[in-house]
Design a protein around this ligand. Sequence first.
Ligand SMILES: Nc1ncnc2c1ncn2[C@@H]1O[C@H](COP(=O)(O)OP(=O)(O)OP(=O)(O)O)[C@@H](O)[C@H]1O
Length: 406
Amino acid sequence: MSTPVICIDDLSKRFVIRKEKSLKERLVNFGRSELHKDDFWALRNVGLEIESGSTVGLVGPNGSGKSTLLKMVGGILQPTTGTVSVRGRLAALLELGAGFHPDLTGRENVYLNGSILGLSREQTEKYFDAIVDFSGIEKFIDTQVKFYSSGMYVRLAFAVAVHVDPDILLVDEVLAVGDEPFQRKCMDRIRQFQSEGRTILFVSHGLDQVAELCDRAVVLESGHVIADGEPRDALRVLRTEFDQIRAEDLARRAEGTSSTAASERITVEAVEVSDLDDVPLSDAGPVADLKVRVTVNVPTRTEGLVVGCGIDSALGVPIVGTNSKLVGVDLPPLEGRQQIVFTLSDLRLGEGNYSFHGAVVSHSGEELDRKRDAAPLHVSGDGRTSGFTWARPEVRVASAVGGPAR
Ligand SMILES: Nc1ncnc2c1ncn2[C@@H]1O[C@H](COP(=O)(O)OP(=O)(O)OP(=O)(O)O)[C@@H](O)[C@H]1O
């Protein structure tokens, strides 16, 4: 195991939130401040060790503490309790404009940033042309950065961060404001960093990106680490968390708009998978014909419901899905526990593990319930293809079509 380059020990961060007092509170506290002060713990007792050469994705719902954690690693925020220690040169791309002085030009900011990162003027000079070239904003390099668009900001900031030879790179979601070609360029550079054995810690809401890029994912929820490990396992925890947040939100809305109690909610109870002869099945070859039974529970007779099912990858990426409306079937009014049966013929899945979900949607298109990971499916193949779909491959070298192109 390689040595940790970032050690986060029992780290907590408290913010003091100031809220305006209500009129009543102001009268009661007459003469004193108009502001309430509340303590808010954005992070609680977080402990992590990040090894040299690893790429770690920090993920979690909005407000879970990802940026706060990254800022403490970057030294922009001080911990309330606990410690962070970092070994090696660290370059950070945290908030838009952080580390840039608005009244200085792009050129001056490159030198300022270089010196903050511990480079001499000569060293920054050596990297300068490559930085400007990578950023693609040479025309504006002598403009004050306060006139930059957010995309221009991030282009220059990322270019500086990756050209100053850092051992550790911290990247917050800011990259998302760059346009698509620039984002791709950044991703290529991050991959190059990985191959050079540098350490990367990045926050992303792009779960597929985390799965693709990272060798480890850490899931934060309300300031606590709730999963840490293989991206596949950690992201599964996060997707379940998102489903729960959504289910709670739906339940709250249902209670708010009508007097629907939890026992009155329409739910997906089960999803069962079998072959066409009704033999239950959890293993299949690449080409399969399947029956999927979705059991819904409808406490009171309801018209216009749409029921669906689908297959997700091991990371929760939807692979195929359908529903009664897409197939052109109007379901009759449903009441009680009812089974809707789908046939999925000629399914061609690549080798791997998948799972089925079932969902029920109201007449107006609002998703009422979704049961994820409701039934597993393992697809075995011959190892001759990769990816989510299967094909029968053959390969040969065609006859020469002329001399080499010059
Ligand atoms: N300077 C601050 N003062 C008060 N509260 C703050 C401050 N900075 C962050 N917070 C609060 O701390 C919590 C965590 O914020 P943080 O930005 O770390 O979350 P996040 O996981 O990065 O969220 P997002 O996915 O929305 O970017 C939030 O509730 C936020 O409102």
